[in-house]
Structures are given as C-alpha cells and as structure tokens.
Unconditional design. Structure first.
Length: 225
C-alpha cells in the first residue's frame, strides 16, 4: 500500500505589521505560520497547560490571582486558565490582529470561544514588549509564550523580552512574590542565569516529558515577597 499525505490547506493569509501570518489546516490540525516559519499547531498543548499550571502552583494559596498571558497562539493557555476558577482575572496580550480574529470568529474559536467569553478574560491587541513597558496594571503571574523561546526567536524584536531590559519590565508589573513563567522550545541555562541577574532569587525549569528529542520547557522565576 502506498502511503498518502494530506496537503496543508491555507484558510487565511494576512499581511500584518510584522510580516505575513498564515492559518492553515493540515489534516485535523490547525497551524499558525509566521513569515514562512512554523510557530505552533493544535496537536498537543501540554507545555502550554504546564505554563499556566506551574505559575498558579508557585503562587500557592494567593486568592484570585491576576494573570497576564503573553501570546494568544492557538488558545491552549487561555482555555486552560479560563477552565480554572482560581484565576481572578485573565489578560491576554496578542499583537497580531489576524490571530485575534481567528479566535473571535474563525476556526480557532472552536478551542477558545468559552474562554474568550469568560467575564474574567480581556484580550488586548498590543505588542507584549510595549505593553509591559507602558501598562499601569499589575499582575500576580506572567505566562509568556510569544516565540520559540529565549534561544531562537522568529521575530527579531521579540528577543528584547528576554533581555535584562525586558525582564525589568516584567518585574515592574509583577506584584511582590509574583511569578514569571516563560515557555521555551528547549532548555536554556543562559536564560536561567539572566533571570538570576535580573533580580529573581528563585529560578527553576520544568520540562514536558518527550519520548525522544529536546523537551519543551517552562522557565519559572519568582520575585521576592
């Protein structure tokens, strides 16, 4: 028997302020492609759920914590946060209008419609680096998943987030004892050291188990209480 492979089908293609963004369907999966580079799909979501759970667990019994999710993506992190009644408020910052539209009235709404409609949820269209630098809001947790991680960014400007200046902006909007959780496609001891040097005295990394290959990880850093 000859194996057959489904051809990806482009559902929408937009030219945004940071280049081309494409939503396509490949079999049962929805995929987001940015400037020709694969970003994410709907195949798993374990690491995105870990991003949210690890931050909440680190906060302990803090009542009704406020979380900022950086990057809407395919909606795994938002949907998982909204499914947990412990979160008091959920703010999502996404800079691509196309991705927001795909969740509001497009194919990705199947994953996120209930979470978007949750009264605790607020979706902000903005560049995350700018938002962290300019907002007057404060949060108990930042769950950031805007690129492939500190070691490999699809968009050059995203590297600023992982710099000392970007981490200073993160610390500025975190409440005392607040948690910074950063998704990465691979472990980064260098980034752990950068977190220490940025004033986060508690730093650790949690991995998503994989059968082979390099695991996705969540870097966790806690401000002094």
């Amino acid at each position: 028997m000859t194996a057959t492979y489904e051809t990806p089908v482009v559902l929408d293609r937009r030219e945004g302020p940071y280049g081309e963004v494409v939503l396509r369907r490949h079999g049962e999966l929805l995929q987001i492609i940015a400037n020709g580079c694969f970003l994410m799909d709907t195949s798993d979501g374990r690491s995105e759920r870990l991003l949210v759970d690890a931050a909440l667990d680190t906060l302990g019994a803090r009542p009704e914590p406020r979380v900022l999710i950086g990057g809407l993506g395919v909606g795994f992190s938002l949907a998982h946060a909204a499914a947990n009644p412990r979160w008091g408020a959920i703010t999502v910052v996404e800079r691509e209008r196309a991705i927001i539209d795909w969740h509001l009235r497009g194919p990705l709404s199947a994953l996120s419609s209930q979470a978007v409609a949750d009264p605790r949820t607020r979706v902000v269209e903005a560049d995350l680096v700018d938002h962290l630098r300019e907002t007057s809001a404060t949060y108990d947790a930042l769950c950031l998943d805007i690129d492939n991680g500190p070691g490999w960014t699809v968009t050059e400007g995203n590297g600023t987030l992982y710099s000392p200046a970007g981490l200073a902006s993160c610390a500025r909007v975190l409440r005392p004892g607040g948690v910074l959780a950063v998704w990465s496609a691979e472990p980064s001891p260098e980034f752990e050291e950068t977190l220490w040097n940025a004033g986060f005295p508690q730093v650790r990394t949690e991995e998503v188990p994989v059968a082979r290959g390099v695991p996705d990880v969540v870097h966790l850093a806690v401000l002094p209480g």
